[in-house]
Design a protein around this ligand. Structure first.
Ligand code: CP
Length: 304
């Protein structure tokens, strides 16, 4: 029952809603694989993307997803919009409402900005990443990628390695995967672990311990721009103790996969050879991201 609902996070999304989205994504992926990119499912619907932070994958895939389904899509470039003249998020939202917008896809540096917008406008809202809070569509495409490869999510052993503290991707994946009883292990420098994270999932002592026996190795981007804040001694040190290498990946289960939400810092969080290696699902994740966003837009605006 996703019609007419905003998508703000996976913490409060029901398991059944996640299953509905993943099932619809399977249908959308079939369309994409047949190169069907001119449907009229969302004809007459108006979608606006409003990104206050940089993006390549999320923004482009939402825009293409909605266009492939026949919606009118407008992209607001915050850098050249009236936001730069001091317009508030609320006034921007009300302006989009006045333009008869059906769906606003928002990325914002402030946790809670999508929820605030949702409370105050008529259009439906999708959270495309808010601060350090959630990135639900990334986690949904990650879960779809895992389910497609393994045929199930239940009981999967998932190692999440990298900058967990700043990662909305990690949080959404933990919330989503735990609804399916996946077993999650975490590993990061202590400075890149949020306080109290052990209550959500166990933290390992080494990268080897995290990878050993895992079905999924999910690397997270090291946010090099934060390196000035001295969160770890050096990139070289990070690679030595936390980097994912071909040798370390041998510790994972047979048939294990390597994932990364992108963008990747090659040879930092993951060896370049692994990014392009046989275990890597990184490009497949991008395709699945397009399919999941088609599924969401259809379910929210049109129903099942
Ligand atoms: N994974 C992800 O959110 O990528 P972008 O920042 O390019 O959208």
């Amino acid at each position: 029952m996703l019609k007419g609902k905003s998508i703000l996070g996976l913490q409060d999304m029901s398991k059944q809603d996640i299953i509905t989205i993943l099932d619809e994504t399977k249908i959308m992926k079939k369309h994409l694989l047949k190169d069907e990119k001119a449907m009229d499912t969302l004809k007459g619907k108006s979608v606006v993307t409003l990104f206050y932070e940089n993006s390549t994958r999320t923004r482009t895939s939402f825009e293409n997803a909605c266009k492939f389904l026949g919606a009118n899509v407008t992209s607001i470039s915050v850098a050249t919009s009236s936001v730069n003249k001091g317009e508030s998020l609320l006034d921007t939202g009300k302006t989009l409402d006045a333009m008869r917008t059906d769906l606003v896809v928002i990325r914002h540096s402030m946790s809670g900005a999508p929820a605030y917008l949702d409370k105050n406008i008529n259009a439906l809202v999708v959270n495309a990443g808010d601060g350090m809070h959630e990135h639900p569509t990334q986690a949904l495409l990650d879960m779809f990628t895992m389910r497609e490869h393994f045929g199930k999510l239940e009981g999967l052993k998932v190692a999440i390695i990298g900058d967990i503290k700043h990662s909305r991707v990690a949080r959404s994946n933990i919330y989503g995967l735990q609804k399916f009883d996946a077993q999650i292990k975490l590993f990061a420098p202590n400075t890149l672990l949020p306080q109290g994270i052990q209550q959500l999932a166990p933290v390992c002592e080494s990268v080897e311990e995290a990878i050993a026996g895992s079905d999924v190795v999910m690397a997270l981007r090291i946010q090099l721009e934060r390196q000035q804040k001295g969160l770890f001694p050096s990139v070289g040190e990070y690679v030595k103790f936390y980097g994912i290498t071909e040798e370390r990946l041998k510790l994972a289960n047979d048939n294990a996969i390597l994932m990364h939400p992108g963008p990747v810092n090659r040879n930092v969080e993951v060896d370049s050879a692994c990014v392009d290696g046989e275990m890597s699902k990184i490009n497949e994740q991008v395709l699945n991201g397009l399919a999941v966003r088609m599924a969401l837009a259809k379910l929210m605006l049109k129903g099942e």
